[in-house]
Design a binder for this molecule. Sequence first.
Ligand code: UD1
Length: 418
Amino acid sequence: MQRLIIKGEKRLCGEIRVQGAKNSALPLLAGCLLAEGTTRLTRCPELSDVFAACRILSELGCKCSFRDNTAVTDSTGAQGFCITEELMREMRSSIVFLGAVLGRMGRCELSYPGGCELGPRPIDMHITALRQLGVRITEEHGRISCTCPKGIRGAVIDLPFPSVGATENIMLAAACGKGETVIHNAAREPEIKDLAAFLNSCGADIKGAGCSTVVIKGVKKLHGCEYEVMPDRIAAATYMAAAAATGGELGLLGVRCADIQAVTAVFEEMGAAVYCPEDRIFISCSRPLRAVRVIRTMPYPGFPTDAQAVVMAALATSQGSSMMVENIFESRYRHVDELVRMGADIKTSGRTAVIQGVKKLCGANVRAHDLRGGAALVTAALGAEGVTTVGNVQYIDRGYEQIEQVLTSVGADIRRAF
Ligand code: UD1
C-alpha cells in the first residue's frame, strides 16, 4: 500500500498550474467513441481514472494512446459493445460510457457500477431516461443489456434531480439520435458545458448546456476534433484549501474563476484574500482562519460536494464553530474520523457536520477512504504539527495529477513511500 508522508507546518508559497479536469476528461473520452476518426484531447490529466477510461476505449476496439497530457483516439474500427465487470469496478464513473456506446453501436452490455465509497450510487435516472430515448434495457445478475432496435429516438426528458452523470449520458446517447431531445432540470455543472462544447466541435448540435434546459438535435454522425479539457475546479479548490491550512499564499494558473465562485466566497468568509484576474486565482491566507456559519453542498452553481472535505480540513483549525450540510451524497463524511485522529473536533449527525475549530492538528497515521476525503487528509497534514502518514493513496491518485510533486514545488515536505 502506497503512503504519503507529510511533515506539516510548512507555509505553502508559489504558483501552481492547475491540471485538466478529471470529471470532464472522462465523459469527453466516452464521447471520443462517437466521433468517427481521430480525436486529440489536450490538457488531459494523467490519472488512474483517465487510464481506466482509455482501457475501456481499447476494449471497445478504439485505438487510444496517451502522451504528454494528450489522449489521441481513433474510433474508426470500434465495434465492441461490452464493458467487462473488472473495468466497470475499476472506475465507478464508467457508467458514462453507456450513452456513448449506445449512440455508436446501438447496443451495450455492462455491469452495475455497484456501491461505492460515497454510499449507494444508483443509476435509475440514467435507465429511465434511456428508456425514454427508445432503449430496451434488461438486467440480470448485475449485468445490464441495452439494445435500441429502432435507434435512439429524441424525447422530452424531465430529470427528477439534476444528475451530472445522467445529463451526460443523455447528451452522449442523443447526439447522433433521430430528432430532438430536450432535457429539463439538466445538471448545470461546467463539465456539462465542456462536454457539449466538445461534442459540438465534433459536429453535434447541442444548445443550452450550462442551463436547466438542454436541447440536442440529433445529427447523422460526428467527426474527430482537437479539444482542450477544461481546468479542474476541484483541484483548484483543494490547493486553495492547502494554502488556507498552512497560512500560505498561492497563485493558481490556468483556472476559470467563474466556475469556483461558490468556493472562493467561502475562503473569503474565512478571512483569506482572494484575487481573480482573468484565468488566475491568487489566494493569501493568514492564520488563524475564521469559522463560517454554514456551508450547504448543492448542485452547481451551489457549493460543490467535491470541495466539502478539503474545505472542512481547512476549517478544522479555524476560530469558532462551522457547520456543513451534505445534500448530494448520503455517506460523504468518512474523512471525519481520520481528521479526529489528527485532533480535529468534528461531530456528524446524518447529513450534518459541526466543526469546532481547534488551535492545531497533530500528525497521525490516517487512511484515505475516497478521493476527496483523501485530499482532505493531505490538506490537514500540511498544516498539522509533526508527521502524518496518509495510506490508501490510490484513491488520491484517481483525481490528482502528481500531487506530491505539485505540493513540493510550493514548499511542502511530502514524499511517497512504497
Ligand atoms: C458527478 C461527479 C462527482 C460529483 C457529482 C456531484 C463525475 C465523474 N463525478 O458524479 O465527482 O461529486 O457529480 O456533483 O463527474 N442519483 C440517483 N440516481 C441516478 C443518478 C444519481 O439517485 O440515476 C443520485 C446520486 O446517488 C447522488 C446524486 O444523485 O446522491 C448526485 O449524483 P450525480 O449528479 O449523478 O453524480 P455523478 O454523476 O455520479
